[in-house]
Write a protein that binds this ligand. Structure first.
Ligand code: HSE
Length: 310
């Protein structure tokens, strides 16, 4: 019998440029840390945030609360739960902050419950948190947050997730310190595209998956194109085109908007290239007086990590 679990839940990059709502990958850094204490007793959830983000503490208004409630509602027994959350992934960054919270809490609960639920069930519970945060139940952050690596959401309903093979790649990520709400970034997307645009787009997705599988960097580079979502969403991100062109000059294979933005990510073959690209990203925002944070990290092989169970 366990009653307390601590997990580290990773940042994720959804879409991976051309795979809107269907592709996502996990990062080694940054990650959130969540401790859940759960004992049989009167049904309750209390939330303690130990970070600077002032997120809501009422369970129904909190991403972790919503995901945990969805899980608890399926049980015959009631639990008194206390959550301590230490977030490092900034909300509204486009690096899967809400997914890290939602995936982390259901993973922790499942550890306490002796692995009662399978991965698909955990993803379904976590989607309740994602829905609260963005008004949409996309799984392209949650699935890689739980599974690690690169995930394909072949179907969201019913859930059909495929863990994809991928080469060793490094990522440079910049987060200009503005907040873009996923719900706003989804609201501006065109609801219809031409057949020609669709054909080009699914060719890019197929090429990207093939490039990952065959570790073909040149193909990955050619496939990282998005003429559907990026042209609209980039308008929300200051200096997007400059960051992208300078990153390519610095040796990146390609990249684009991380999730719904404003973060921008670039794939690189070597850590040293990723560091150069991150420096270039940082200097652009410095020059324009926009505070920005950069990260360089490999794709994480693992998803949420259990660090303590008692
Ligand atoms: N696929 C989602 C979107 C991810 O682009 O809206 C949000 O992080």
């Amino acid at each position: 019998m366990y009653n307390q679990a601590t997990v580290q839940s990773p940042a994720t990059i959804a879409n991976i440029v051309c795979g809107f709502d269907v592709l996502g990958l996990a990062l080694e850094t940054p990650f959130d840390e969540i401790t859940l204490r759960m004992v049989e007793g009167p049904s309750s959830i209390t939330i303690q945030n130990e970070d600077e983000f002032n997120l809501p503490t009422q369970p129904e208004h909190n991403v972790m609360g919503a995901a945990l409630l969805a899980l608890l509602n399926t049980l015959d027994v009631t639990y008194s739960c206390h959550i301590v959350s230490r977030k490092a992934i900034r909300p509204g960054s486009g690096a899967g902050s809400s997914a890290a919270s939602a995936a982390g809490i259901v993973y922790a609960a499942n550890a306490i419950l002796n692995q009662k639920f399978n991965t698909n069930e955990l993803i379904e519970f976590a989607k309740h948190g994602e829905f609260l945060a963005s008004g949409s139940r996309h799984a392209d952050n949650i699935a890689p947050a739980i599974l690690g690596g690169v995930a394909l959401i072949h179907s969201n309903q019913p859930l059909d997730i495929v863990s994809l093979p991928y080469p060793e790649l490094y990522i440079a990520l910049v987060h200009p310190q503005i907040e873009v709400k996923t719900s706003d970034a989804r609201a501006i997307i065109k609801q219809q595209i031409s057949l020609k645009a669709a054909v080009n787009h699914w060719a890019h997705v197929a090429a990207l998956v093939a490039g990952f599988a065959t570790k073909d960097s040149a193909l990955i580079s050619r496939a990282l194109q998005d003429d559907v979502i990026e042209p609209v969403r980039k308008l929300l991100i200051p200096h997007f085109d400059l960051v992208k062109s300078k990153s390519l000059e610095a040796g990146a294979l390609g990249g684009g908007i991380s999730g719904s933005g404003p973060s921008i990510f670039m794939f690189c073959e070597h850590l040293t290239t990723a560091q150069k690209v991150a420096e270039s990203m940082q200097s652009i925002y410095n020059k324009h007086g926009i505070p920005a944070l950069t990260y360089t990290t490999p794709i994480a092989k693992h998803g949420v990590r259990l660090t303590h169970l008692q």
